[in-house]
Write a new protein. Sequence first.
Length: 230
Amino acid sequence: MTPTTESAPPPRDPERPARLLRAEHDALMPLLRAAPGQALDRPTACPGWSVRDLLAHCSAALSRAVTGQLHAFTPELNEIDVAERREWPLSRLLAELADGYLTGGAAIGAAGGRLDAIALGEWVHGGDVREALGLPGAYASAGFTDAAALLAAYTRRCQVPLTEVTLTGVAVPDAAPPGTGLTIGARQAGRPAARLRTSPAALIRLTAGRPADPADYQLAGLTTAELIVF
C-alpha cells in the first residue's frame, strides 16, 4: 500500500466505537472465560497490574462511560476503580466487562468524539491481555480497521507529527484515497510529513508505547517517542 498525502480527515462515524467494542466482546470474552484462573494473575504491560487488574480497569472505564460517572482517568483514580473490584468474584467482573463491551459503544458514540479514546483504549488493552496470556492477535485482532481510524483521529489531537503510514497486509477503509494507506497526526509548521512502514500490530505497539520489534517497522522523519499517545 502506498502512503496517502495529507487531506481532510473523513467524517466521524458514530457507530465505530460500538463496532469496535462488539468485535472485542466477541473475540476476547470466550478466551477469558476459558482461561485458567491463575493465568489472570500474570503481569501485563501496565506497571503493577495483573491481567485481572487490567480487566477491572477496562470494566470500570466502560461502566463509567455508560453511567456518565466519568472521572479524569488518572493513575490514582484508575487504581481506586481496580482496587474496588479486586474482591469481586471473577464471574462478576467478567459479567460487568461483557456488559460494558455491549452497551458502552452507544454511550461513547453519542458523545460526539469526546469519549472515542475510551473505545480505542479498551481495544489496545485487549492487546495487552492477549500478550500477557500468550494468545494470538495481540494488537492486531478483529476490529483493527476501526481501531486504526480512531487512532488517526486521536493522534491529530495529541500533537503527533504528521505521519504517512504504509500498513502491510491490511486495508484501511478510511484512508484517502481509499485503500492506499493511513495518515496519523497533524502537520506541524516547517516540518515535512514523516513516513512509517509497519505491520498493524507494530503500529499499535508504537503508538501505545509497547515494545515493538525493529524488524516490524521502518520509520523516517520522527522518533518512536513522538508516536506515543498512551
